[in-house]
Design a protein around this ligand. Structure first.
Ligand SMILES: [Zn+2]
Length: 432
């Protein structure tokens, strides 16, 4: 767990709801309602959003990206339960620090169970489940993990402040000499994901130890880790601001700062060195000298929490997502019911090609349905009238206003599928 990725957003962090689509700053709560992405129900509770099918698509695409990135950077996938005995979090130190933010203990038989505030302790125990040699390290464990905070109902809202946080989480267990490379891998992963998601980094903040001795680990350990964090940033040519006294007591970290459309800065991704969990769980590996050595644990949150990332992206794109994230990518519009069967068949071909495609039947005027598609921010609409039907073609209307007439349906589907597969930010389909 990194303190910043769990730090609550400031109260009233969202702009007021203007209630008019397209007016004012994008607000993910308003857009979430208008686009049918998520909702909360009082009987479920505040801060416990239900992800509707269209919102779930965006989250699932992000989860797929997170899984791919973890695999590409050598992570091993694990699963761990959201419940554990209170003892686990006493051992990890969370109970001392975070008990006030945790849900109350549930007594089951003789056990006292709690909903976890972090999954770092579980991963520490997975590491500890086997003897480790210096040759086995680094070991990188990845999980899309749910964790919980007992936020009061007055302060939760939308997706940016929730009681169940769904985190893209990696823990690397590394030798002290491997820290730099782990940080580089994490930052490269952040940069690849941000390039795909169209997110610009406002700044990298290197949070260092301040004066005083309230820090866990030796001065030599800290100096070495801080040097490797700097070296990783330098290796990638990234400018950063060092912030002394901003580190957690258990290790230095790098926060990736972004700005929302209202100009407010927030932390999305973090990479953090941790001397505390290895100490508390007595983690070890056998060194070349045959002795027990302590690994460093590195917490990596690339996409951060799914909830906050989706909230950020909704506002970043004002609901008009790149094709690979769009809940519906293609809507097929028969001009009259004469073309209904053909339109259904084209939508079916698009789904067979892996696209999220729907048919909007001719129960309203074509103009009304094109407007509906635009309001839903659907990137592509394929119109089939009598002449298109006769020639086996479609007319394409893109979300950005462009129109392409007389296109073979199969070629359009193929071009959209290629655009989606490449996770390109634009709509493509440019005339050659
Ligand atoms: Zn962690």
């Amino acid at each position: 767990m990194s303190s910043s990725s769990l730090a609550p957003a400031p109260a009233g962090a969202n702009p007021p709801d203007h209630g008019q689509p397209g007016h004012g700053l994008p607000d993910h709560r308003r857009l979430g309602r208008e686009l049918g992405l998520f909702r909360t129900d009082p009987i479920v509770g505040a801060g416990l959003p239900l992800w509707l099918p269209h919102g779930a698509v965006i989250r699932a695409e992000l989860e797929r990206l997170a899984v791919e990135e973890a695999a590409r950077t050598g992570c091993l996938r694990v699963y761990s339960p959201v419940l554990a005995k209170r003892e686990l979090f006493e051992r990890s130190g969370h109970w001392d620090k975070f008990a006030a933010d945790m849900f109350p203990v549930m007594r089951v038989g003789g056990d006292e169970l709690v909903l976890r505030p972090a999954n770092c302790p579980h991963h520490a125990l997975i590491y500890a489940s086997e003897q480790r040699s210096f040759r086995d390290l680094p070991i990188r464990l990845a999980e899309l993990a749910a964790m919980f905070r007992s936020e009061l109902s007055g302060v939760v809202g939308g997706l940016s402040r929730v009681r169940q946080i769904n985190l893209d989480d990696v823990h690397s267990f590394a030798r002290p000499d491997q820290v730099q490379n782990e940080i580089v891998l994490a930052l490269e992963s952040v940069r690849r994901c941000y390039a795909l998601l169209g997110i610009e980094v406002a700044r990298y903040r290197l949070s260092l130890r301040g004066p005083g001795d309230g820090y866990l680990g030796s001065a030599a350990q800290w100096q070495d880790a801080e040097r490797q964090l700097r070296a990783a940033l330098d290796q990638l040519g990234l400018a950063y601001e060092a912030a002394e006294g901003e580190a957690a007591f258990y290790g230095p970290k790098i926060d990736v700062q972004v700005t929302d459309p209202a100009g407010r800065e927030e932390t999305l991704s973090t990479v953090q060195a941790d001397f505390n969990q290895p100490e508390r769980f007595d983690l070890a590996y056998t060194g070349p000298d045959g002795q027990r050595h302590r690994p460093v644990m590195i917490h990596r949150g690339v996409l951060s929490s799914m909830d906050r990332m989706v909230a950020y992206l909704i506002e970043r794109y004002d609901g008009a997502f790149p094709p690979w994230l769009a809940p519906v990518q293609l809507v097929v519009l028969p001009v009259t019911s004469e073309q209904a069967a053909l339109a259904e068949s084209v939508a079916g071909q698009a789904r067979a090609a892996g696209l999220r495609a729907e048919c909007d039947p001719a129960d309203a005027t074509l103009g009304a349905r094109i407007r509906r598609a635009r309001e839903a921010r659907i990137p592509y609409a394929a119109v089939i009238g009598a002449s298109e039907a006769a020639s086996g073609l479609v007319a394409v209307r893109l979300r950005d206003g462009r129109q392409l007439t007389g296109q073979p349906a199969a070629a359009v589907i193929q071009a959209i599928a290629a655009q989606v597969a490449s996770r390109s930010p634009g709509l493509g389909l440019d005339p050659a």
